[in-house]
Ligand binder design. Sequence first.
Ligand code: KG4
Ligand code: ZN
Length: 331
Amino acid sequence: MAIETSCDETAVAILEDGRKIRSNIVYSQVAIHRPYGGVVPELASRRHVEVILPTVEEALKTAKVKLHQIDVFAVTQGPGLVGSLLVGICVAKAFSYSLKKPLVAVNHLEGHLMAIFLEKEIDFPFIGMVISGGHTNLYLVEDFLKFKGLGQTLDDAAGEAFDKVARLLNLPYPGGISIEALAKEGNANAISFPRPMLTKGEYNVSFSGLKTAVATYLKRHPEALIQDVAASFQEAIVDVLTQKAIQAALDLNVSRLVIAGGVAANGRLRHKMKMAADAHSLKIYFPRPELCTDNAAMIAVAGYNHFKNRDVASLDLDAFSRTLSHDYLTS
Ligand code: KG4
Ligand code: ZN
C-alpha cells in the first residue's frame, strides 16, 4: 500500500507484486482550493487529516483486501508541503508499527518517473523528464534507484507557469487543464512568445520570462483573443520542453524517453514530443494521463523498488519540503 499526500491530493493505492494496480484512489481537493486560485497549505493538511482514513478504507475495499494482508507500506517523504506530507507519513508509520510490516520512503519525483512501469517495462537507460506543478527536472535514469540529474527549472516550474498564465486569463485553477481546453479553440501561431533557454548542451529551463511576456502582451493588447493567447503560450512552453528532452537524448546517445508529471497529461505536449521523437527514431513513453497527475500507484511502484533493494525506512522518518538542487533525488 502506498500513501501520497504531498500536495492537494489525498491518494492511496494498493499494488499486487509491485506492478498490478488493485486500487488507486485519488481524493482531489481542487474544489477547496479553487476559490483561492491555488493550493492553501493549511487547508490542504486539514483536509488530508479528514479524508486519509476513509481513502485508505476505500482503497482496501476496491482491492478486496484487509489491512493486515498488506505486506509493505510506502509513503511519499518529499518534496512537497511539509504539513501535508506529515499526515501521510504519520498514518503509514502507524500502520507499519502496529502491523509489524516494513515502511518504505519514496521521493515524489521518483514516483512520477516510475509511473510508466505500471503499464510497461522499459529498458534502461532512459531520459526521464518530470514536468509538474512544482518541478521541471531532467534525468538520466540508468537503473531503478539510479538517477542522474541533468537539469531543472531556474525559476517557475512548467505547471506553475500554466497555472500563473491561467490566472492572467481569469481561468479556473488548476490552470493546465483550463489552458489546454481553451487552446483547442485558438491559433497557436497567432502570437510569437519567446522560447527561452534553448542553448545547446544546457538542460536547465526558465519560464518566468515567458509568463511575463504573456502578461505584457495582455496589457498591450486588451482586445486579444484569449484562445489565441492560451494556444500560443502552450505552444511556446511545449516547444521548449520538447527541445530539451530530445536534445538530452541525442547528446547522451540514449534512445528512450519517459515523460511524466501533471503537465505530461497535456495532449499537445504528448503529440509534439511524439512527433519530435519519431523524427529522430527515439522511443518515447508517457504514463496514461491519470497516472501523470498525482496518485499513489506511482509511489507504490517506486516503493516496491526500494523494498526489493532492502531500502526500508525507520520510524524516525521525517518529511522534507524541497529536493536539494545538487542532489535531485534525495531519499
Ligand atoms: O504532478 P502534479 O499532479 O502535481 C505536482 O506534483 O505538482 O502536477 C500538477 C500540475 C499543475 O500545475 C497543473 O496545472 C498541471 O500539472 N497540469 C497540466 C495538465 N494537467 C495538469 N498542465 C498542462 N496540461 C494539462 N492537461
Ligand atoms: Zn506530482
